[in-house]
Write a protein that binds this ligand. Structure first.
Ligand code: CA
Length: 226
């Protein structure tokens, strides 16, 4: 959990950022202009500051300069710039921003960048979550759920499901599954893949109207929502 300050005057953008960060368990303050942002940033120790460049009262570059001068805090600043020119980006980095994103950006990318910054500070989540439909697999806790209900899997089943999820929507040949999950392509006639696919189907798909594990005849298997 981290304390994050978002200085962004576009209400839609700032509230969307706040919502996304709160869902990841962070505490978020928003300032809609640079001057208020600066007074917040100087009175609270944030873990990250997300800073727009074009702001009322004090723009982002001015904010950066003053914040770094007055506080000298090593708080990382991620700058959001609508000005995509190299010159503006360089200016932002020179005034003390650590990273930047050019608008319009994908929120997913923003959250990923923030996570990188937090991980460097030891605050981020290294958990990798795979999600498709209502199926969730957490690589860190090794917990798999469907519709929020835990599905107990053996370690082999888990690795197979993880491989299918990390290649969702891609048809995987039996050979590729054997190589990646069993670490070998021994006995090309083995039906171990079919056997384990069936184990997984019984645990993951059985009883659900939306099936996720599909056979592509003559080609292999694919995990997708159809
Ligand atoms: Ca703005």
């Amino acid at each position: 959990m981290a304390n994050i300050l978002v200085i962004e005057d576009e209400v839609n953008v700032s509230s969307f950022i706040r919502q996304g960060l709160q869902e990841e368990g962070h505490i978020v303050d928003i300032a809609y202009d640079g001057a208020i942002g600066l007074s917040l940033a100087c009175s609270t120790l944030y873990d990250v500051i997300v800073l727009d460049v074009i702001l009322p009262h004090m723009n982002g570059l001015e904010f950066c300069k003053r914040f770094r001068e007055s506080q000298g805090f090593s708080v990382p600043i991620l700058m959001l710039t609508a000005l995509g020119s190299t010159e503006d980006i360089v200016k932002g980095l020179q005034t003390g921003a650590d990273d930047y994103l050019v608008k319009p950006f994908a929120f997913k990318e923003l959250f990923a960048r923030i996570n990188v910054i937090l991980r460097r500070k030891g605050l981020g989540y290294s958990n990798k979550l795979y999600e498709i439909a209502d199926l969730v697999l957490n690589t860190e806790t090794k917990i798999v759920t469907r519709s929020g209900v835990k599905i107990p899997l053996t370690s082999k089943e888990f690795r197979l499901l993880e491989f299918l999820l990390s290649n969702a929507n891609r048809v995987l040949s039996r050979t590729s599954i054997l190589e990646n999950v069993w670490g070998t392509n021994f006995e090309m006639n083995t039906n171990v893949v079919e056997v384990y696919i069936n184990f997984l189907r019984n645990k993951v798909d059985k009883g659900f109207s939306v099936k996720l594990i599909h056979t592509v005849i003559g080609m292999g298997y694919v995990l997708r929502e159809e």
